[in-house]
Unconditional design. Structure first.
Length: 343
């Protein structure tokens, strides 16, 4: 079992982290203060509202936890602070490159426009980059329960904002009632506009077809993809196409993707050569950080430093950044991990 200090020293890439599910307690308090909104009296009570319990019954119940912080994320200032806060937490996990995703449509309850919501997040990411040794980019999420006419407003943002920190598109939310195939038109439109695509898919039992559909429609990364375990015949395609699986152990158990450790397929995927990566999904809702996710995997599977190095190279390959930046990250990580392995 690896020492926690060694895990802490490993440079990391995180591809799957939701802004609204990852606010620190201090940040939640700051945002409420900025808005003059009251919060429950104690830290424990605040966290009880913001965190999903271990006993969450399913993905939908898990997703309800987000309702608590969303009223605090309705101004430019608060969104900017929130983005900064999540990058700051990732930097503590020694993350060198992160993509933070959010659904702009959820931040329009007061008077922000879609563009302003995106610009606020990008501004927070950029400010954090000044203060920490990390690169942070943004992904726009569409929510699957949104009307298609609303989802269609998201793609033009990539043109109107045209910021190099806005790097990709995702669809998140209830995949049982809203399977991937329903969104064929918008996903194809994103692909035709050369927008990088990652899609939440295969997070729920019996949702494996969503993974196949996501890949066939043009996603190069799959959010979670746990149910790939039930489509072994498709693994060769996933490997051939270099599809990256953005897995998040704590979240995957909480949403009841999986109930028994023996069924969690991370190691099977890794051994088969699937491009698995490790992520938090939601630092606050899942009460975790990347250090804890790495610790779990090290503990469950006796993963060594070289194994973690490999999954980080997979993550770099899947990152939505130009090739030249990937080469730089690969080189940096190779050098840093070599030093850790020598010790
Ligand atoms: Zn997610």
């Amino acid at each position: 079992m690896l020492h926690s200090e060694l895990i802490a020293k490993m440079p990391k890439v995180e591809l799957h982290c939701h802004l609204d599910g990852s606010l620190s307690l201090a940040c939640i308090k700051q945002l409420a203060k900025n808005d003059g909104q009251s919060l429950p009296a104690t830290d424990a009570e605040i966290l009880e509202k913001a965190q999903a319990p271990e006993t969450t019954r399913n993905l939908l119940e898990y997703l309800q936890r987000f309702d608590f912080v969303l009223p605090l994320l309705q101004s430019y200032r608060n969104l900017e602070i929130a983005a900064y806060d999540v990058v700051q937490q990732a930097a503590k996990d020694n993350v060198k490159y992160i993509e933070i995703r959010f659904a702009p449509a959820q931040h329009l309850q007061k008077n922000l426009t879609l563009e302003e919501a995106v610009e606020a997040v990008i501004a927070g990411l950029a400010r954090a980059e000044q203060d920490f040794d990390i690169t942070a980019n943004a992904l726009i999420c569409g929510l699957k329960h949104q009307p298609l006419s609303e989802l269609e407003k998201l793609l033009p943002l990539f043109d109107t904002i045209s910021d190099e920190k806005l790097v990709g598109f995702d669809l998140a939310g209830d995949e049982v009632n809203y399977p991937e195939i329903k969104f064929e038109k918008i996903i194809s439109a994103a692909k035709n506009s050369n927008i990088h695509i990652t899609l939440h898919a295969g997070e729920c039992p019996h949702c494996e077809q969503n993974i196949i559909d996501a890949v066939e429609l043009g996603a190069t990364r799959i959010g979670h993809g746990v149910m790939s375990k039930d489509i072994t015949a498709y693994w060769e395609t996933l490997i051939e196409k270099n599809i990256v699986l953005e897995m998040a152990p704590t979240s995957n158990f909480q949403t009841k993707s999986i109930t028994a450790l023996a069924d969690y397929p991370f190691k099977k995927f890794y051994d088969a050569g699937l491009h698995v990566t490790l992520n938090t999904d939601n630092r606050t809702v899942s009460n975790t950080n990347l250090q804890q996710e790495y610790t779990k995997i090290a503990d469950w599977y006796d993963f060594q430093v070289s194994d973690f190095e490999k999954i980080n190279h997979y993550a770099i390959d899947g990152a939505f950044i130009p090739e030249i930046e990937k080469i730089q990250l690969h080189n940096d990580f190779t050098a840093d991990y070599a030093k850790l392995i020598e010790k």
